[in-house]
Each structure stands twice: as structure tokens, then as C-alpha cells.
Design a binder for this molecule. Structure first.
Ligand code: SF4
Length: 164
């Protein structure tokens, strides 16, 4: 039998105070019940979620272009273009949370936070260090800097071992 994590909720649209006159909105969903018990399962299911288990906050960037902040009694979502889109996004978010809660017995909960990105030194240790320029950068260090700035892709170095 399915069990609803979230039943009733209130949705409110807010003009972003940080960007007066913006053509987008922020949405706040207020919840009667504390939903933090689903966060470890949500963290396990969502790709690239940024979870703080102690603070009970989970941030997630949807591939549809908006960011969600899940807190025990609130979900904030932005940017949203209008009320119709906001309603759809809210319904989808609530459905997703209820679905994950119903499937929690099949999900390994994850309370770990997002791993920090590797440092320049860590990246350099993984690169061959031959400065062969085949990646289009003059040195391995320049390629590593490109990776950190997200201007280069790992696949750009043909000499990278599969382990690295
Ligand atoms: S292709 Fe690889 S080994 Fe060659 S310079 Fe670029 S990062 Fe270094």
C-alpha cells in the first residue's frame, strides 16, 4: 500500500528580492509535516545533489534548468517563468518525493555530502606530465586549469589511464 509523505501543501510565488524587476519567479512550497526523513533516500536517487545531513538541507540542480532547495518544512524552487510552470514543477517535485518515500525499502540511504572538486595538485598527479600538447593545451598544468574552469574535458587527454 502506498503511503503519502506529502499530502497538503501551500505554494507561493515570490519575485526575487535579489533581482528587482526580474522576469522570473521563485516558488516556495510550505509543508505541514517535516519531510527530512526522505532526504537520505532523495540524496541517493538524485544525481549531483548537495546534501548537508546535519543541517537537513538538500540542494539539487534539475536538468530542466531550475534549482531546488529542500528543507524539513519547505521546498524552494527557482527560476520559474510563470504560475502554470510553477504549478507543474511543484506537482512533479511532490510526486517525486512521494515516489521515493514509497520505494525507500529498495533504496540504500546516503547521508554523505557532495565530494569537493579535485584541486589542481590532485589533477596534476593524475595527468601523464609529458606536456605533449595533444590536448590543445601547452602543458599538462594548463590542461588541468582548463578542467577546473570547465573549459576542458577529461577525454581531451588521449594519454589518461582508465584508472585516472
Ligand atoms: S594531452 Fe595529456 S599528457 Fe599531453 S599535454 Fe595534454 S594533458 Fe598533458
Amino acid at each position: 500500500m502506498s503511503e503519502q509523505l506529502i499530502g497538503r501543501f501551500d505554494m507561493e510565488m515570490k519575485s526575487p528580492s535579489c533581482t528587482p524587476g526580474a522576469s522570473w519567479w521563485g516558488v516556495k512550497i510550505s509543508l505541514d509535516d517535516d519531510i527530512s526523513k526522505v532526504f537520505p533516500f532523495l540524496n541517493a536517487e538524485l544525481k549531483d545533489a548537495d546534501y548537508n545531513h546535519k543541517e537537513k538541507v538538500l540542494l539539487w540542480d534539475s536538468d530542466k534548468g531550475f534549482r531546488c532547495a529542500f528543507r524539513p518544512n519547505e521546498i524552494a524552487i527557482a527560476p520559474v517563468e510563470d504560475r502554470e510552470v510553477a504549478q507543474q514543477i511543484c506537482d512533479d517535485a511532490i510526486d517525486m518525493l512521494n515516489d521515493i518515500w514509497n520505494r525507500r525499502n529498495q533504496i540504500e540511504p546516503n547521508v554523505a555530502g557532495k565530494a569537493p572538486p579535485p584541486s589542481m595538485i590532485q589533477l596534476l598527479k593524475l595527468l601523464p606530465g609529458t606536456n605533449c600538447k595533444e590536448c590543445g593545451y601547452p602543458t599538462c598544468m594548463a590542461f588541468a586549469a582548463g578542467l577546473i574552469k570547465r573549459q576542458a574535458e577529461l577525454s581531451g587527454c588521449p594519454h589518461l589511464s582508465s584508472e585516472a
